[in-house]
Design a protein around this ligand. Structure first.
Ligand code: HEM
Length: 435
């Protein structure tokens, strides 16, 4: 750790802090804020790096838009944690010029207007999935949404058509995701011993199968004479060229496909599940939404914004300090991680009066301060799929609210459950559809 001064934080041993963070992350953030204010340090979250949590919007802005060499996002994501899965070329893990190259290549398909071409695909998939929902029997919408968002990535991003190949890809992906969420993947020593970097481990075997499937998809698509007319993300990435006229390599394509899959589907499904839980526990808001849907997306957007304020699926975004930086009067040393505290900045009473209330109307009255609403992070690393995720959420939530009379059936609505890096609803958004 370099020279500098870390903000105060809990005195308990780092191992206990790590357990607190794993089991009760939101309670821990709330408690630390109460004791230490809008900047504090937690230890034990990742090896021996102190995590400095910040929930001041101006400071978050300075971190997100600060010098990219001094504050690196790729480095913070830990080669040990992500690289064996995402691969060394993943946009999530790169910094500096390499990151910028990859980001420029990947941005066009996710650009606002362009991704609207995926609207029909999203609708068809939602329709297909909703047709299987049981009636008069409780089921968890989180799982259903996950099936939808997974198929959306496989069809819109990878370009699979509905059929046996899609079913096969879905099967491999589910196995892979299941292994990634297993306890062995969460605990660093177990991950080192049994992670996908070793060919003989279950995770390694599934990774090999998955890679085979992805490389043959890439190969097939490269040779497709009709590729110029295709509008899936993979086809666009294959045709993209960087400033030197160079295309993406097969390795880069494979790593970015996995990145988009893992970054894009569970996050979106979780946000949808929270939206349903919040609406079901506020029937007046559900009625208001239903009444406004024929007029357009205004209230729907406000519901989505308010959901992501009160229940952001990802609790923080982070940058590793590579040159000392001043934050709220502290000179943060090299080696520390600055963690922008999404959960707490979204609950600041100065930005959101009565912050615990679910009140979509607040987003009709005024738009939030840019760095006071940060569920997708910010700056040059802001979520690449933010517009895509919001668009997908609008379509799916509209269809669910218009077509069903959902009734809650959860035992403990609105409680958190941690799934790897995502904080989702504990009840899984359990509902019943009247027959
Ligand atoms: C509600 C859904 C989603 C949430 C809450 C979410 C959240 C985030 C957050 C917090 C970051 C880190 C930003 C930062 O460090 O400043 C991020 C990065 C990223 N997300 Fe998302 N995301 C969502 C959906 C998606 C989707 C649908 C995709 C793509 C299909 C996607 C692809 C990515 C990628 C590629 C990055 C890395 C960007 C970079 O490093 O340049 N995400 N996301």
């Amino acid at each position: 750790m370099g020279e500098g001064e870390l903000p105060p934080g809990p005195a308990m041993p780092p191992a206990l802090q790590a357990i607190g963070w794993a089991l009760r992350p939101t309670a821990m953030l709330r408690e630390c804020e109460r004791r230490f204010g809008e900047i504090f340090t937690l230890r034990g979250l990742q090896a021996d790096r102190p995590y400095v949590f910040v929930s001041n919007p101006q400071a978050i802005k300075a971190i997100a838009t600060g010098d990219r060499d001094a504050l690196r996002a790729g480095e913070a994501r830990g080669a040990d944690l992500f690289e064996p899965v995402f691969g060394p070329n993943s946009i999530l893990l790169l910094d500096g010029a390499q990151h910028l190259r990859q980001r420029k290549l990947m941005l066009p398909p996710f650009h606002g207007e362009r991704m609207k071409r995926y609207g029909d695909t999203i609708e068809e998939i939602t329709d297909r999935q909703m047709a299987n929902w049981p009636s008069d029997k409780p089921f968890e919408l989180q799982n259903e949404f996950q099936e939808i968002t997974l198929d959306v990535i496989l069809e819109a991003v990878f370009g699979f058509d509905a059929g046996p190949e899609l079913a096969e890809a879905r099967r491999h992906t589910r196995q892979w995701l299941w292994l990634l969420a297993s306890p062995a993947a969460m605990v660093p020593p177990l991950r080192k011993a049994f992670g996908p970097q070793h060919a003989w481990t279950p995770a390694g075997r599934v990774r090999r199968r998955m890679d085979k499937c992805l490389y043959s998809l890439i190969d097939e698509r490269r040779r497709d004479p009709g590729i110029a007319e295709r509008d899936d993300v993979l086809s666009m990435l294959i045709q993209a060229r960087d400033e030197d006229g160079q295309p993406m390599t097969d390795g880069e394509l494979r790593d970015e496909l996995v990145t988009l899959l893992l970054a894009g589907h569970e996050t979106t499904a979780t946000a949808l599940a929270w939206a349903v839980e919040l609406l079901l526990s506020h029937p007046d808001k559900l009625d208001a939404l239903r009444a406004d849907l024929p007029n357009g997306d205004e209230y729907l957007n406000a519901v989505i914004q308010e959901t992501m304020r009160l229940r952001p699926p990802v609790p923080l975004f982070d940058r590793t300090v590579c040159e000392p930086v001043e934050v709220l009067g502290y000179r943060i040393p090299v080696g520390a991680v600055l963690a922008c505290n999404i959960v707490r900045v979204h609950r600041r009473p100065d930005l959101y009066p009565e912050p615990l209330e679910f009140r979509p109307e607040r987003f009709l009255e005024s738009q939030p301060e840019t760095y006071g609403w940060v569920p997708f992070g910010g700056g040059i690393r802001r979520c690449l799929g933010a517009a895509f995720a919001l668009y997908e959420m609008r379509i799916v939530l509209r269809m669910v609210v218009e077509r069903t009379q959902l009734a809650p059936s959860g035992i403990e609505p609105m409680r958190y459950f941690r799934r790897a890096i995502v904080l989702g609803p504990k009840s899984g958004a359990r509902v019943t559809l009247p027959a």
